[in-house]
Design a protein around this ligand. Structure first.
Ligand code: ASP
Length: 337
């Protein structure tokens, strides 16, 4: 049997075991019911991003154009210290950005540890469309961006610089829970808090085609060069146009270990609705380390081909924004704890 087939069999059997053992019988309802077009994105700040995506979706534009335009709103917002321009830096004071994008034909592009570029999602899209590769990192990603018309911007705002300098006084490194919303809502970050941050957006357009985008400045005050789940296809984002799409937020290291977003999509393939698929993925993290799970946040968000959405997180406090013909709202995700 080929390695690939063994892997698929193993994955499917593993998932089936978990589904069997956990209560598939717990019949949680999915979020929205069957709407197209539909766009959903992580955290409260997803609402403004959804509005930009909706501009495109409501005019029968493509899901790919919609997710790029949508997350660019969060990337450009300097008051959002969790994504793009104004994002909190690494421990050396460098703002390094991660982003990926995926369309309905399994085409995907990603940039990791990219500095000085305000819209990493657009560079990721260009990697997808203009190169034979999927991922470009660091200097290579920057060179590629500059060669393709992007310009250099200092991404470290005065506010983020001040917060980083405050953090340096203790250099206490512990990812905070739900810090994305706190960073967005409050105008000052208490020194000594370390953070993780992301917008993940997934959508289905009027044609029924899916796409997704995920972009982040990653864990604040991370080691230079650290990359989380967000720009990793399968971990922070996955799109399968036959089944659905998923994205994640929270402590990326834990999401990478279970290839979270791909797992959520595969669980939907087995018949789970989006919320239950997210719940099963969360329970896999929980099962691996029940103790650690108490101290961290991970949230998944998913949509299926029918236009249903759902989310699930480890901790309360994860929210997601939904935009469709009928809805324009931010919903609290259900959570394990
Ligand atoms: N998942 C992101 C990372 O680990 C951060 C987050 O979503 O909070 O880089």
């Amino acid at each position: 049997m080929s390695n690939r087939r063994k892997f698929i069999q193993h994955t499917v059997l593993g998932s089936a075991a978990i589904i069997g053992s956990s209560s598939l019988s717990a019949k949680l309802k999915s979020g929205a019911t069957g709407q197209k077009p539909l766009v959903v994105s992580t955290w409260d700040f997803g609402k403004a991003a959804n509005a930009a995506a909706w501009e495109i979706l409501s005019k029968k534009g493509s899901s790919l154009d919609a997710v790029e335009a949508g997350v660019k709103v969060a990337e450009a917002d300097e008051n959002n210290q969790s994504v793009g321009y104004g994002g909190l830096p690494d421990r050396d004071g460098r703002v390094t950005l991660d982003a990926c994008i995926m369309d309905a034909q399994y085409r995907c592009g990603s940039v990791m540890c990219l500095e000085y570029i305000k819209h990493p999602i657009s560079v990721a899209r260009m990697v997808m469309e203009k190169t034979p590769h999927v991922v470009l990192v660091g200097d290579g990603a920057l060179e590629f961006a500059l060669a393709n018309g992007f310009t250099k911007t200092n991404l470290l705002t005065e506010k983020s610089k001040k917060d980083w300098q405050e953090w340096l006084k203790t250099s206490n490194y512990k990812p905070g829970i739900n810090i994305e919303n706190k960073l967005y809502k409050s105008d000052s970050l208490p020194g000594g808090k370390d953070n993780h941050d992301t917008i993940g957006m997934i959508c289905i357009d009027a044609n029924g085609d899916l796409a997704g985008a995920c972009t982040t400045s990653g864990l604040a005050y991370k080691m230079h060069g650290r990359v989380g789940d967000s720009p990793i296809i399968g971990a922070g984002l996955y799109v399968d146009n036959e089944i659905g799409a998923a994205t994640s937020t929270g402590l990326g290291e834990e999401v990478i270990r279970i290839v979270g977003s791909h797992l959520v999509v595969e669980l939907m393939r087995q018949g789970l609705n989006p919320q239950n698929a997210c719940k099963e993925a969360v329970s896999r993290i929980l099962k691996r380390s029940p103790q650690k799970a108490k101290e961290i946040q991970v949230g998944f968000l998913a949509i299926n081909k029918k236009g249903e959405s759902g989310a699930f997180a480890l901790q309360p406090g994860f929210s997601y924004a939904v935009r469709s013909e009928k809805e324009n709202t931010v919903l609290p995700s259900k959570s394990h704890f």
